[in-house]
Design a protein around this ligand. Structure first.
Ligand code: ADP
Ligand code: MG
Length: 593
């Protein structure tokens, strides 16, 4: 081994490029961020071959004078922060001064810029980090950066680039993100000779989303706030196929934060299928010193000072947003853009559900007034009853939120009819959904009913599990389970929520403690995962099973309660609750059409 050396800047820049520049879309992201930091009103992006052979970003921002333009290519040259204190309240997208030198180190790079058309500007040509030419250039105020042949001098990295179509997808995503975060800025995107995007200034994010994605279905807005943190969101329904796309924006910065994405995905999973093919845009605003953006080389991740509060609020907001998008429940400041066709299923049920929603939730199977007929004006705006007339038959008047109750099939399924055909409800998963929502709301602070056991349950679980009790006793208490330590390896359960059989309770608590023992050092959000796991477990174990006869009043009570849940179509594990056999399909199969 020879002596320690300080690496030359050119090499350091190439190493840094490995962190900042992963693919053409990273170049797009960094250059567009610079344009936005420069106060541009218009940003134009041009790509060739998905950006593999050419990326060009032009703006009408403040530009640079020729001296600054040269300095900007030096490592750690930035105009955006000056002291360590500035790091605590970063208001710009960039701040490290790494992007331009990193990009120039691994491409053929031309920067053209002017801060004042009258004074003239500069054109600087760099190849693989070496400045080849500095010339004067006449141009309007603003900056254009054009790079060709990304990674031409690092063949190993060039090999990792994907097909143009894939790189293009990532680059388009980067432009969409910036365009959603800054609706007031004009964005244009061209690929070869095709214009992929031409978005004029928009009033707000929803209007911008419409411009970016004319094919979006219904767009639902939601908002929530707590403890100085504000969340604004949009849910756009898509074609019902494929994974939903997520755009997360924190203080006007687009991020791909793993924990934040995880928190959102957990909620989407609960309502699986709820947003297939759709898009969720989530904007978080919080005081700058509550969030550290200086934790990731590409600034994709952030760290929150009050992570638990942020994730709790985000999950609550997204849950409410999804419910609203399914055409149920009122959300604070909810607006629904009905400019486009909404999902047929949502329209079919939505009106009825909305009409029912106002009533307070009565307890399940204790039935004060479930029998009242559904309001006449049910299903406003829904599609007209279509084919029912074909066969000469019409559905009976709906007497539950899901249609007219026909009865229970094999003590397991509730069967109904509505204007579209037959509706089959799985009673177990329906009840599971009802209980799950109820338990989650108890966890969120509602009072948990609890019944004292005549004889406490004693569970011998071993010392590790018994020791974990401390950590989850609070969660258990909030769902109505009273548990305490009874000797070093035994847990005593002395009260339970009314829905839970003592026999099922033992297993439930044992599972929970088992999960809690692995919780040490887990990231924030793990506690809420335990809570959700508990809610899912508890509701599954407490729900009525199949092969269980329900009286008519009970059937109606279950359907009413189901209609009030956050998602009557999917159980907490993602299984469908309702199966529909449409009149069309029935007639086709029976050879009538
Ligand atoms: P950072 O954005 O972290 O400051 P960059 O390497 O991306 O670092 O840019 C270095 C500097 O060059 C910026 O601080 C800014 O002063 C200047 N600059 C870069 N792009 C532009 C642009 N499009 N318009 C005006 N100035 C720019
Ligand atoms: Mg920058």
């Amino acid at each position: 081994m020879s002596r320690i050396r300080i690496l030359p800047d050119s090499l350091v820049n190439r190493i840094a490029a490995g962190e900042v520049v992963e693919r053409p879309s990273s170049v797009v992201k960094e250059l567009v961020e610079n344009s936005l930091d420069a106060g541009a009103a218009r940003v134009e992006v041009e790509l060739t071959e998905g950006g593999r052979s050419r990326v060009r970003v032009a703006d009408d921002g403040c530009g640079m004078d020729p001296d600054d333009a040269l300095i900007a290519l030096e490592r750690h040259a930035t105009s955006k922060i000056a002291s360590a204190d500035d790091l605590d309240r970063i208001a710009t997208l960039g701040f490290r001064g790494e992007a331009l030198p990193s990009i120039a180190a691994v491409s053929r790079f031309v920067l053209e810029t002017s801060s004042d058309a009258a004074a003239g500007g500069a054109r600087i040509t760099v190849e693989g980090g070496r400045v080849l030419a500095v010339e004067g250039a006449a141009r309007a105020r603003g900056t254009t950066v054009e790079i060709r042949d990304l990674f031409f001098n690092t063949p190993a990295r060039r090999k990792f680039l994907h097909a143009p179509a894939t790189e293009l997808r990532h680059a388009v995503d980067a432009v969409w993100g910036a365009a959603l975060a800054r609706p007031e800025v004009t964005f244009a995107l061209r690929h070869g000779s095709r214009t992929l995007l031409d978005a004029p200034p928009a009033r707000d994010t929803a209007e911008r989303l419409r411009d970016l994605w004319p094919g979006a279905g219904r767009i639902t807005r939601f908002a929530d706030a707590a403890a100085g943190i504000e969340v604004d969101g949009l849910i756009a329904t898509g074609d019902g196929r494929g994974r939903p796309a997520l755009t997360l924006i924190v203080n006007r910065r687009v991020v791909r934060d793993r924990l934040l994405v995880g928190a959102v995905l957990r909620v989407l999973r609960e309502t699986a299928g709820g947003l297939a093919g759709g898009r969720l845009v989530l904007e978080l605003r919080l005081p700058p010193d509550d969030v550290d953006v200086n934790v990731h080389p590409a600034k994709a991740e952030v760290r929150f000072a009050r992570g638990a509060a942020v994730f709790g609020l985000v999950q609550r907001a997204v849950r409410a947003g999804l419910a609203a998008s399914h055409g149920q429940v009122a959300v604070r400041r909810l607006e629904v853009d009905e400019g486009h066709v909404s999902e047929p299923a949502a329209a079919g049920y939505g009106g009825l559900l909305r009409a029912r929603r106002a009533a307070d939730a009565p307890p399940l199977f204790a039935h004060p007034a479930y029998g009242e007929p559904a309001p006449e004006e049910a299903a406003p705006g829904g599609p007209p009853p279509p084919r029912a007339h074909r066969s000469g038959a019409r559905a009976g008047a709906p007497d539950t939120p899901f249609g007219r109750l026909i009865g229970q099939y094999r003590s397991s399924f509730l069967v109904l009819e509505d204007d579209f055909g037959l509706v089959i409800v799985d009673q177990h998963v329906a009840h599971e959904r009802v209980l799950y929502d109820r338990i989650l709301s108890r966890l969120a602070g509602a009072v948990a009913p609890s019944q004292r056991l005549l004889e406490p349950l004693l569970l011998e679980l071993g010392e590790a599990a018994a020791a974990a009790l401390e950590r989850v006793a609070g969660i258990l208490a909030r769902v109505g389970i009273e548990a305490d330590a009874f000797g070093p390896d035994t847990v005593r359960i002395s009260a339970l929520p009314p829905e839970l059989e003592p026999a099922a309770a033992g297993e439930l608590v044992a599972d929970l403690l088992d999960r809690a023992t692995s919780l040490d050092g887990a990231p924030e959000g793990a506690a809420s995962e335990v809570e959700e796991g508990l809610a899912a477990d508890l509701s599954c174990r407490a729900a009525v099973k199949v092969n269980h006869r329900l009286g008519e009043t009970e059937q109606r009570a279950l359907l009413d309660d189901l209609a009030r849940t956050s998602n009557p179509y999917r159980c907490p594990h993602g299984r469908p609750i309702i199966l529909r056999l449409g009149q069309d399909e029935m007639e086709r199969r029976l050879g009538r059409r």
